[in-house]
Design a protein around this ligand. Structure first.
Ligand code: IMP
Ligand code: MG
Length: 175
């Protein structure tokens, strides 16, 4: 298992994240919005996104959840575990839910329901990557960076067995 072909360059990611941030900032109100990032995968995307949002005039509160859906390197367990919940009160807030990639959609669907159950007024979802061909749940992120084919990718926060998160670009995992 190793890093294969480059799929999305560092430059293309930067342009895309800034474009997404401009769209999101024009829609959301900074005083009622909380960004919630799903760790570990969203860490790089979220940190670029929050700085981009602030350049576009939106500086929301930020919190995190630890959610796991993958038991081994690349196989879905089909179950979403919330290992750590948000600590900020979400009642009557708009939540900008940030994840690295939407695959089966189970994580996004489960966490969105969970956040509504905690009293959020609205949940806006965004993901850098979307793999619609693998979808099991009827959900799509409100804001998507890139739609990709059914390939397993690493880098820019995305891992395979916790490796390769640090790569500044997105590459295909070589089996
Ligand atoms: P879902 O619940 O099946 O949509 O899976 C979402 C989670 O699976 C993401 O937050 C990622 O952590 C992980 N995941 C799905 N596809 C990939 C991939 O190609 N590379 C790395 N992680 C992935
Ligand atoms: Mg992951």
């Amino acid at each position: 298992m190793g890093v294969g072909k480059l799929l999305i360059s560092q430059g293309d990611i930067a342009v895309k994240v800034d474009h997404m941030a401009a769209l999101i900032a024009s829609r959301l109100d900074g005083s009622s919005t909380i960004m919630v990032g799903l760790l570990n995968g969203s860490v790089v995307f979220l940190s670029d996104m929050m700085r981009s949002l602030s350049r576009h005039g939106l500086c929301p509160l930020v919190d995190f959840m630890i959610v796991s859906s993958y038991k081994d390197a690349t196989g879905s367990s089909g179950k979403v575990d919330i290992e750590q919940d948000v600590r900020i009160d979400l009642k009557s807030r708009t939540v900008l839910l940030v994840d690295d990639i939407v695959d089966t959609g189970r994580t996004l669907a489960e966490v969105r329901n969970h956040i509504y159950a905690k009293g959020a007024m609205d949940v806006i979802t965004c993901a850098l990557l979307d793999k619609p061909s693998r979808r099991v749940e009827n959900i799509s992120p409100d804001y998507t960076g890139f739609t990709i084919d059914d390939v397993f990718v690493v880098g820019y926060g995305l891992d395979a067995g916790n490796k390769y998160r640090c790569l500044p670009y997105i590459a295909v995992l070589e089996e």
